[in-house]
Design a protein around this ligand. Structure first.
Ligand code: ATP
Length: 608
């Protein structure tokens, strides 16, 4: 503890800080020229983090193999056990008996974490041995502590044996601010002596620079801000021994691919790299090949048909587009039973509108990327603390967000891919608990529901149709949609027009204008066609986007912004989707509500 205090006291007047400043300059030079840094900075002692022992898990080096790209080649695990029965006490290993630092054991015990979950069990020993790895496990099964425990343990042991250094030993990259904060919290709560910092955009960089200046052990952050801090010489990565890329495929989805590679290329060669990803698109394969050394694949999903975490009951309900908003209330009353509920929309605007409309009768808040960071944090903590029980969110909340006791997830609009469906649904049924997910779909989308079933290896139980009398509690939402979103006969010239809201893809309104060809001829040759925002980005590896039910998000505007925005897949926007709506979308700030995804100028985070 004393060394921690001393480090906090360090100022730029000390030789240590002076050297740090010098290294900061060197860092600038590295940015200007070389692409990799391979030397550990001289200030820090050489660190031998990686233990070699038979260990308590009976892990055998002979079962390791090269990362086999989503193949389940971690043969020592019984697949049945490797599912998502995260809290099965019979399967877990007692954390207190693993020989990891008492500080961690005690901190976890305080949170009632006493046994390892399967992914933690699988990762622990190879991670302790210093192996690079690619990991995959179902939602809510404890991946954060899977990489967190070994890293924290090694840093604690190092800090006990040596005086802590100035510069971070571990770097964790996360695709969203919320996830970054959550991961940092998990680190911090697992070992209070560790100095951790979370860096992301939307908050003053000067505070983060000051904190980095006084020395940290672990940096968790989103790639944009990390790069910014590196460029300013405030974040020096020469001492990094551990790097984790969490939700790696999502990094690609939200346009962080280049940033991630830039960061990886600046890290010391002598490091341990761990990557967690739900899928293995070709970018991830390349990343694995280029930046991981002889990686081990630990895949607890494997070829198993069932991709969803156990314990999540699935329901579907058909609704016409007019009634969708109105059936939310009854669904929540019936299925959330007073507990927490997240309603997922496709667009920020729809999240706002739905929350506004629902707010008349329920306590709820919207969450999306256009809301200020401060407000986002307030909203999330209010939701966590039970100040309100309904969160209406875009997919910014779909990945990684860990709010205990979310009983119900409602897909107000169909997700744009099976993966998104899995991640959204995975906000419930976490850590072995039970939960419910309900998918609302229109008649035209029935085929897509089947596709999700096939992709995810699940079955929806169809709920009886809810008949909504006029003047429901969501009437405001419905009216607003009519008035502002150009439904009905407004030809998309209302407030937002069709051009701005991809919501219409789910509403399948009117006749298709027959522009499907634009999309189906697009660069994506995914299994379901070219739709979704993926169409515009030309990746064929993400086959689970639902091309056939619409253009998805902004890609239509990015790639095909000729004004024929009505070419939204099978359903199109009917007569309303004329060029004016598309143009209004573009004129109104690029890609409208749905976020620019890869097309806009990237800040720290952009898509949702
Ligand atoms: N061994 C454990 N025992 C009990 N609870 C645990 C254990 N490990 C993790 N948890 C809890 O389980 C919850 C889910 O963990 P985490 O968020 O790491 O899951 P995840 O696999 O990363 O999920 P996602 O795929 O959605 O990001 C957290 O609240 C975490 O504190």
């Amino acid at each position: 503890m004393m060394s921690v205090i001393l480090r906090r006291f360090s100022s730029s007047s000390t030789p240590k800080r002076a050297l740090a400043a010098a290294l900061g300059c060197l860092n600038h030079q590295l940015w200007a020229g070389a692409t990799t840094t391979s030397t550990a900075q001289p200030l820090l002692k050489a660190r031998d983090f990686h233990v070699r022992s038979d260990g308590p898990l009976g892990y055998k080096a002979s079962v390791v193999s090269q990362a086999g790209f989503a193949a389940a080649d971690y043969a020592s695990l019984d697949e049945d056990k490797a599912g998502s029965k995260g809290n099965d006490s019979e399967e877990g290993l007692e954390i207190a008996k693993l020989g990891i630092s008492q500080e961690i054991v005690s901190a976890l015990a305080k949170r009632n974490i006493t046994k390892l979950f399967p992914i933690q069990k699988a990762v622990l020993e190879p991670a302790m041995q210093g192996r690079d790895m690619f990991g995959r496990a179902r939602t809510g099964t404890g991946k954060t502590l899977a990489f967190g425990i070994p890293i924290i343990d090694k840093i604690i042991k190092h800090n006990t044996d040596n005086s802590p250094g100035m510069y971070p030993l571990a770097l964790v990259l996360a695709p969203t601010r919320e996830l970054a904060r959550q991961v940092e919290k998990e680190f911090h709560e697992s070992a209070a002596s560790l100095l951790t910092i979370c860096v992301y955009g939307g908050t003053p960089i000067s505070n983060q620079m000051r904190q980095l200046d006084s020395g940290v052990d672990v940096v968790v952050g989103t790639p944009g801000r990390i790069i910014d801090l590196m460029k300013r010489g405030a974040l020096i990565l020469n001492a990094v021994k551990f790097v984790v890329i969490d939700e790696a495929d999502q990094m690609l989805n939200v346009g962080f691919a280049e940033d991630v590679e830039t960061i990886l290329s600046k890290l010391p060669q002598n490091r341990q790299s761990m990557m967690f990803s739900a899928t293995m698109p070709s970018w991830i394969k390349n990343l694995t090949r280029n930046y991981l050394k002889n990686p081990l694949t630990i895949d607890l999903v494997g070829d198993s048909d069932q991709k969803l975490a156990d314990g999540i009951s699935l329901y579907s309900i058909m609704s016409d587009m007019y009634s969708k908003a109105s059936i939310i209330g009854p669904l929540i009353t019936e299925h959330a039973k007073g507990g927490k509920c997240i309603v997922f929309t496709q667009t920020k605007r729809d999240a706002d509108r739905l929350a506004y409309a629902m707010g008349k009768s329920h306590r709820c808040e919207p969450l999306h990327g256009d809301i200020s960071q401060n407000q986002r944090e307030r909203t999330l903590s209010g939701f966590r603390d039970g100040e309100f029980n309904i969160l209406v969110a875009t997919d910014v909340a779909a990945r990684g967000l860990d709010v205990p006791n979310v009983d119900l997830v409602i897909h107000y609009e169909l997700p744009n891919s099976s993966e998104t469906f899995v991640h959204r649904s995975g906000r419930t049924g976490r850590a072995g608990k039970k939960g419910t997910a309900i998918l609302i779909y229109t008649q035209e989308q029935a085929r897509n529901v089947k596709l999700i079933e096939r992709d995810v290896g699940c079955r929806f139980q169809e709920l009886p149709k809810i008949t909504v009398e006029g003047g429901s509690d969501m009437g405001g939402m419905r009216d607003r949609r009519y008035n502002e979103m150009g439904f009905g006969r407004s030809s998309g010239r209302g407030d937002s027009g069709f051009g701005r809201s991809p919501g219409y893809k789910n509403f399948g309104y009117g006749k298709s204008s027959g522009n499907n060809g634009s999309f189906s001829g697009g660069p994506s040759s995914g299994r379901f066609g070219s739709g979704g925002n993926r169409a515009g980005i030309g990746r064929s590896d993400r086959s689970s986007s639902f091309g056939d039910f619409g253009s998805g998000r902004s890609s239509g505007f990015g790639e095909f912004g000729s004004g024929r925005s009505s070419g939204f897949g099978d359903f199109g926007s009917g007569r309303s989707g004329g060029s004016s709506s598309s143009q209004s979308s573009r004129g109104g700030g690029g890609f409208g509500d749905s976020g620019s995804n890869r097309f806009g100028s990237f800040g720290d985070e952009r898509k949702f």
